[in-house]
Design a protein around this ligand. Sequence first.
Ligand code: ADP
Ligand code: MG
Length: 389
Amino acid sequence: MNVRCLSKVSQKEIRGRVFLVRVDLNIEAGEEKNAYRIKATLPTLRYLLEHHAKIVLMSHRNRPHFSAAEIRNPNLEIRKKMRAFSLRPFAGILSKKLGTGVKFVPHFDFEKIEIQIKEAKPKSIFLLENLRFIAGEEKNDSKLAAQLASLGDVFVNDAFAVSHRADASIAAITKCIPSYAGLLLEEEIINLDRAMKEYGHPLTIILGGAKISDKVGVMKYFWNKADHFLVGGGPANTFFAVQGIPMGKSLVDTNAMPLIRKYVGKKKVVLPCDVESDKGIILDIGPETVKYFSEIITNSNTIIWNGPPGFFEKKGFESGTKEIWKAIFKNKRAHIVVGGGETVTSGKLISNFKFQISNSRNVFLSTGGGAMLDYLSGKKLPGIEALRR
Ligand code: ADP
Ligand code: MG
């Protein structure tokens, strides 16, 4: 792999140094404690601690858009909003998971923070406040990047899910100090590259979820490589709409209709042969489709899955998604990549999901949604390009 990786940095170069680690703590309120994204980044943090580094964690959370004046002098209402966007809750959660105190830094007084870090012992961990409280973050501002870089010696990107964005703490910062991919980002690249370049046939792509416009890039990239596209959810409805089938109130991605016209009627594109609906609205794939999809999944050697095939959050319409998971776990041979916010969350339909995942070394759960789709579309991600040798 031609990406500079933390795993290749010598122990000597880690000891006592300050590592700025960009993680992805963009986690909804209420989900903080069980977030897969936190678990996925722990190996990098543990690795740095084992080698006696100091760590400064950086992340964004959601899309707060406050003015500089509001941040400097927040009124009660702004304060309340800021709390909902704050990264503060993660200090306690990470402390517990890592077994060592994580100090939260609520301000962006970089000179003060620098002194605080300098005076700290090796293996200390700091967590900065939501970087999107600063306007420069989303503008890839080089001044902000330099300020962040002044806090440490080495930058590590472990936030795959944000790597499709040219943000200051993802892209511009790599121009300031030596920069590497963290253990999680490295895993993501290895697993996605394998599915894109070293795949075995049959290669099957499962596409469901809401909008197919987000996923057309993947169809295009894999059109000549893949053997099957199993299509469910909103994307299947959109195919039906292009075929002229009246879809009523079913979820259809109208904007994408012209984009998929060329794939309609092609043998590789496998559409549901039966569906489950509620008052005429199609909400899941039917049992015959489940059987047929499962058979193809069982016989595949490479599988990429994004998007649940049904509205699994609604009782009575979860079975398509649940059965796809079962078929995935039954296949112990294929290299399987599953990604997307809702797709990964839908794993909760399987009662022993965590056990199944940890016992299925051939199944890789990507932490990326948009980033994964961009990567699998063959696009260059600014956060990853910046780490290339
Ligand atoms: P991901 O976040 O995994 O990339 P998407 O964001 O594309 O997936 O879409 C996920 C959502 O699509 C789920 O919340 C699911 O309920 C919804 N969905 C799937 N099939 C349907 C359907 N037939 N009708 C309405 N919503 C659907
Ligand atoms: Mg989603």
